[in-house]
Design a binder for this molecule. Structure first.
Ligand SMILES: CC(C)(COP(=O)(O)OP(=O)(O)OC[C@H]1O[C@@H](n2cnc3c(N)ncnc32)[C@H](O)[C@@H]1OP(=O)(O)O)[C@@H](O)C(=O)NCCC(=O)NCCS
Length: 199
């Protein structure tokens, strides 16, 4: 008997690991400057080779447990509307023992939605399900997310999930170059969301 493939359900989406057939959708997503400009870890211009590398790295990370970069697939029609991701740095095979200890219990949330699908609530729906997975299934104890000061949509997604600013005024340099910009790092603790652990 083979195990069912990994997938997380939401009312309108199926969240499933990236596959080779997603390279074109990933390319369309991140080649759009309006999506790439607020991200710090994406190349710009974003070539089809960069999309292939992105998918290959996501697949390797999924296999090791170091990352869950999931396609958000709309149930109605099957379009890949974006991605939601969770990095688990302590599970990264390249991490040192010190890094592993410092990052134990930590997950790092990310998401991006293709522009034609913005403002339909997909980032919020996908991120909410990923948070539930991180706490209930992986039993992580804290999640981080970062958002630039001038990215109100992203800030709204994490604030609705009850993330709070933990480190204000983080200066970050985008991988594609250009001037540094200011954002904030947000944190959500499992004990805030898990009724069985509330005292
Ligand atoms: C951020 C992003 C993922 C939001 O995706 P989305 O699916 O449109 O988000 P949602 O529809 O779930 O909307 C979330 C909230 O932001 C609000 N919002 C959406 N776009 C907005 C905008 N341009 N300005 C202000 N608020 C906005 C929505 O109204 C909603 O608020 P509500 O809960 O009060 O109704 C999308 O804009 C994107 O991919 N941006 C580029 C990549 C990125 O910045 N990723 C996050 C990195 S930190």
């Amino acid at each position: 008997m083979t195990a069912a493939p990994f997938a997380l359900d939401t009312p309108r989406l199926i969240l499933r690991p990236l596959a080779d057939e997603d390279v074109a959708a990933i390319h369309r997503l991140y080649a759009d400057w309006d999506v790439a400009k607020t991200l710090s870890r994406i190349d710009h211009p974003f070539t089809i080779d960069a999309a292939r590398r992105f998918v290959a790295e996501a697949r390797a990370a999924f296999a090791s447990g170091a990352g869950y970069t999931l396609a958000m697939v709309e149930r109605d029609g099957g379009a890949v509307v974006g991605i939601v991701s969770l990095r688990v740095p302590s599970a990264d095979p390249a991490a040192t023992d010190e890094e592993r200890a410092a990052d134990a219990g930590l997950g790092i949330l990310g998401y991006a939605v293709a522009r034609p699908h913005w403002r339909r609530g997909f980032a919020s729906e996908g991120a909410r399900r990923m948070v539930e997975f991180a706490f209930a299934d992986l039993r992580l104890d804290r999640l981080q997310a970062s958002a630039l000061r001038d990215n109100p949509a992203s800030r709204r997604v994490i604030e609705r999930l009850a993330f709070a600013v933990a480190e204000a005024g983080i200066v970050e340099e985008p991988r594609y170059g250009g001037p540094p910009r200011v954002g904030d790092r947000f944190v959500l603790w499992r004990r805030q969301t898990d009724p069985s652990r509330r005292r």
